[in-house]
Structures are given as structure tokens and as C-alpha cells.
Design a protein around this ligand. Structure first.
Ligand code: SAH
Length: 241
């Protein structure tokens, strides 16, 4: 049997709860996936876990589902943020998708000195990529994707108590063991293809919350570096243990 279609909705889920569908959702379920009244889908909303819901009304422009039973509780990822400098469009979408699959709680695109012209990046689509990734990977939580913010500003307003795993290409070749201070709450920082500027590196080296780490002997592309850093952190401190 094919696995159930999973759908993220911005609506409370609970026993007997009816959930109205937007035009896009109706198009997806009934036009693309060819579902009809009586079929059952899986719903998530980042709050109530995963629920089975039956199609009770299926139309071209809308529809209604009714929740029957919870099939999984809400599982929050560990308190880990991913900060990254957006790169070319497909690779930025890739980073967002992988961050959701790997288990990041918040995704923060940051503009650094060597970030490619940010206005060519479709920031509005990034949250939709996070939703799709959560639907596809069995997640019950969709991490928020923040609007693009200047790295300098984000560092200046850094919250007390959270450490920053500064992935520093200048550390390439050193041991990739993570210091225990990087346990949650934590944030990972990945630079753009051009790396960090000398001023940024200096700012990061003097910030008490930032800890420079190596991702092995080779220089990774930013998208690879994001996945590698998330893997290292999850393995050391996260929910993979
Ligand atoms: N142009 C730069 C490389 C940038 S790679 C240079 O040639 O030096 C993009 C980002 O990936 C870096 O800013 C860093 O955050 C991360 N990264 C890539 N390889 C790394 C490594 N071996 N150790 C730590 N961080 C790495």
C-alpha cells in the first residue's frame, strides 16, 4: 500500500476536528494526488503531532478533512539553530530542506560581507521548502525560516546562554571534535562560498559565545558544510543518540 499523503496545515488538530483546505491544498490532494471523499491523509501542524484525517468534502477550490486519531506525538528537534549565508537558489533550497531533515529548530539566512547579491535569492519560497521537507521526512514540526538578516546585527544581538558553532574554513585540517560547551542551546554558522571576511572573522574570534570548529581537512562547499555540521552536532549532542 502506498504511504499516506502528509500535509502541513495551519489549523488545530484533535479528535473530530474539521480542517478546511485552501485552494492550493485542495488542488494538491484532489488534483495532483487524486484523492477523493473517504480517503485518509496524515496532517501535521507543528503543535499537535500527526493525525489521521478523512476527506469529507473534495472540491476544485477547497475541501474539508476531519481528524480521527493521533498517529504520532509532536517531536520537537533539539534547540539548534542553523545560520547560513544564502548561496545560489537551488543550493539555498537544498540547505533549508536538509536542515529540516537533519533536525534544526530554526533556520536563519544571514547576509555576510561575501554573500552573493541577496536580492536574487527567492527568500519567500524558503518557508515552503521547509514545509515540504517536513511533510516528506515524517517530521511533526516545521522550523521557522527567518527573513534574511545582516550577520553583523545578528551577532550584535546574540541571546545570552546560546553558544555558536562557528564553522571556520581557517580551521580546516584541525580535529573536528566539538567542545562540550556547544551542547544545546546552540547555533551553527556556515559562511558563503567566499568564506568570511577578515572583519567578520575577527568579530567571531572575539565573541565569547562563538567557538571556531573544523569540518575536516578539505574545504567543503557551503551546502555540504551545512549537512556535515548538522551531522556532527546531532551525533554529539542532539536527538540521534
Ligand atoms: N572560499 C572559502 C571557503 C568557503 S566554504 C575558502 O576558500 O577558504 C563555505 C563555508 O563552509 C565556510 O565559510 C565554512 O563555514 C564552511 N566550511 C567549509 N569547509 C570547512 C572546513 N573544512 N572547516 C570548517 N568550516 C568549513
Amino acid at each position: 500500500m502506498a504511504s499516506k499523503v502528509r500535509l502541513y496545515v495551519e489549523h488545530p488538530l484533535g479528535e473530530g476536528q474539521s480542517v478546511p483546505l485552501s485552494r492550493e491544498q485542495a488542488h494538491y490532494l484532489f488534483g495532483v494526488m487524486r484523492l477523493a471523499a473517504g480517503d485518509v491523509v496524515s496532517l501535521i501542524n507543528s503543535v499537535d503531532g500527526e493525525w489521521d484525517a478523512e476527506v469529507v468534502e473534495a472540491g476544485k477550490k477547497g475541501g474539508v478533512l476531519v481528524c480521527s486519531a493521533q498517529t504520532a506525538p509532536l517531536q520537537m528537534p533539539p534547540d539548534l539553530w542553523l545560520l547560513f549565508a544564502p548561496i545560489r537558489k537551488e543550493r539555498t533550497a537544498f540547505i533549508v530542506e536538509k536542515a529540516v531533515e537533519m533536525g534544526a529548530a530554526r533556520i536563519m539566512p544571514v547576509q555576510s560581507a561575501y554573500t552573493q547579491s541577496a536580492n536574487r535569492i527567492r527568500m519567500d519560497k524558503l518557508q515552503a521548502h521547509a514545509v515540504e521537507a517536513a511533510e516528506q521526512c515524517g517530521g511533526t514540526y516545521v522550523p521557522p525560516v527567518d527573513d534574511l538578516a545582516k550577520l553583523e546585527r545578528v551577532l550584535a544581538e546574540w541571546p545570552a546562554g546560546r553558544h555558536l558553532m562557528f564553522c571556520d574554513e581557517g580551521m580546516a585540517g584541525r580535529s573536528a571534535a566539538l567542545p562540550s560547551v556547544l551542547a544545546a542551546p546552540c547555533a551553527i554558522l556556515i559562511g558563503p562560498e567566499g568564506g568570511f571576511s577578515p572583519a567578520e572573522r575577527e568579530m567571531l574570534q572575539t565573541a565569547t559565545f562563538a567557538h571556531a570548529v573544523s569540518l575536516g581537512p578539505r574545504i567543503l562547499r557551503a551546502d555540504t558544510a551545512a549537512v556535515a555540521a548538522l551531522t556532527l552536532w546531532q551525533q554529539a549532542f542532539g536527538d540521534w543518540q
